[in-house]
Design a protein around this ligand. Structure first.
Ligand code: NAD
Ligand code: DAU
Length: 376
């Protein structure tokens, strides 16, 4: 029996990881620890909330005493740490909150885990602190081929997919060069995690993943925001010229990678996670418009005139592109979904789950905790 804390489990990626672990490992005890900030939504986990191997705990990762007590009470063996402030635009307006949650919160978890695990007879044996990070810590890549070149690496899922927009990719040995307050805070948290391995021998792992897309993403991020705006025929704010490149991975493929790495990854290692799937923002936006139009029975492409070019994001990183060959080679992970299939599934999910979207945009979802959990 393992007792595993997943932080940020009420958020976008965290909810997929919690669902996967609760379903796949009935013998584990899965504790979802989440503060329920604006980004946390327990409605993301309705389908598994009554499972005997699942427990939700409302807690701030910065609350050292509460987390130390939880480690003791629940005899925690593993921590999968996803809780964070995650939106770049918010970090530009409010960097302090990002430093507090992403840096101090991570440090608080590390220190509590260290004190608890070191107090046990077996110490760090069988324990694991797995920190989920982002490709944004590496900074931005140059776009040496704006028209695109044949992708030098592929996976089965990306075999006939997209060009690369430069020769360079993010590899695990690159030096960190974060630009936004969000990525600076994530970079700092990554350094603390590695420092706890190097200094105290804590069994840590760090992974850096590219942009995720899929169901349950908060509609401040590009894809769900645009799907919802197209549905309501509201303007689509494209930053700058829409030429920035992101590397997109279906969220369930990220969750599968997290499961594999948590169980089979080498202690103290870093793994990059991505599917060799680069897209210019404007191209992905056109695919989303056409897909929403088609699924809503509108004329395909009729909503193109919603595209509205607006002032660029400050410090907007030009290109992200992950080299995930280490993870493929060492642990055999590959993304399972072609992008075209993933985006179709994603658009369909948001259109089929209007109530979820309307609850989030109206703010009603924040009442869910009170009604579902307050009297337990
Ligand atoms: P999200 O914003 O959807 O969810 C974050 C969750 O963390 C929410 O449930 C929120 O309530 C919780 N949280 C925030 N502050 C907290 C605190 N102080 N204490 C406890 N809980 C708190 O984020 P996401 O997109 O699911 O990202 C999850 C993790 O994955 C983050 O660490 C992010 O940096 C990383 N990541 C995200 C992406 C992506 O494309 N979304 C890509 C790579 C890495
Ligand atoms: O690369 C991984 C990162 O991906 C994660 O670490 C972050 O948590 C996650 O939010 C995401 O960051 P991005 O900034 O790339 O995601 P976002 O959805 O905010 O923006 C994607 C691209 O679209 C980016 O180039 C900015 C652009 N954009 C975004 C929004 C919200 C627009 O042009 N208009 C918009 O309204």
């Amino acid at each position: 029996m393992k007792s595993i804390v997943i932080t940020g489990g009420a958020g976008f990626i965290g909810s997929h990881v919690v669902r996967l672990f609760v379903n796949k490992y009935p013998e584990y005890r899965i504790i979802n620890l989440d503060k329920l900030t604006y980004a946390g939504n327990l409605a993301n986990l309705k389908d598994i909330e009554d499972r005997p191997n699942y427990k939700f705990v409302k807690m701030d990762i910065c609350d050292f005493d509460a987390f130390y007590k939880l480690m003791q009470d629940e005899h925690v063996d593993g921590i999968i740490h996803l809780a964070a402030e995650s939106h770049v635009d918010r970090s530009i307006k409010d960097p302090f909150t990002f430093a507090q949650t992403n840096v101090m919160g991570t440090l608080s978890l590390l220190q509590a885990a260290k004190l608890y695990w070191e107090s046990l007879p077996e110490k760090y044996e069988g324990k694991r602190f797995y920190h989920i990070s982002t490709d944004e810590v590496y900074g931005a890549l140059e776009m040496t081929h704006p028209e695109g070149i044949p992708a030098p690496f592929t996976t089965k899922a990306s075999a006939d997919s997209h060009p690369a927009y430069g020769e360079k990719f993010f590899t695990e040995d690159l030096k960190y060069q974060p630009h936004s307050p969000y990525s600076a805070a994530k970079a700092s948290s990554d350094h603390f995690v590695r420092a706890f391995h190097d200094t105290y021998g804590m069994p840590t792992i760090v992974t850096n993943c590219s942009n995720n897309y899929g169901p349950y993403q908060f509609p401040e991020k590009l894809i769900p925001l645009f799907i919802n705006n197209i549905r309501h025929r509201k303007p689509l704010p494209v930053y700058g010229k829409g030429e920035n490149v992101r590397d997109w991975l279906y969220v369930e493929d990220h969750a599968r990678a997290i499961d594999l790495i948590f169980h089979k990854g080498q202690i103290a290692e870093t793994y990059n996670i991505g599917g060799f799937n680069e897209w210019k923002n404007i191209d992905i936006i056109k695919v989303v418009i056409k897909t929403v139009d088609r699924l809503l029975g509108r004329k395909e492409g009729e909503d193109m005139d919603l595209i509205t070019y607006v002032t660029d994001r400050a410090g907007h990183d030009l290109r992200y592109a992950i080299d995930s060959r280490k993870l493929q080679r060492e642990l055999g992970w590959e993304p399972s979904l072609q992008f075209e299939e993933g985006i179709e599934r994603t658009v369909r999910w948001y259109l089929d789950n209007e109530a979820w979207m309307d609850n989030v945009t109206s703010g009603d979802y924040q009442k869910y905790y009170e009604t579902m959990y307050a009297n337990r």
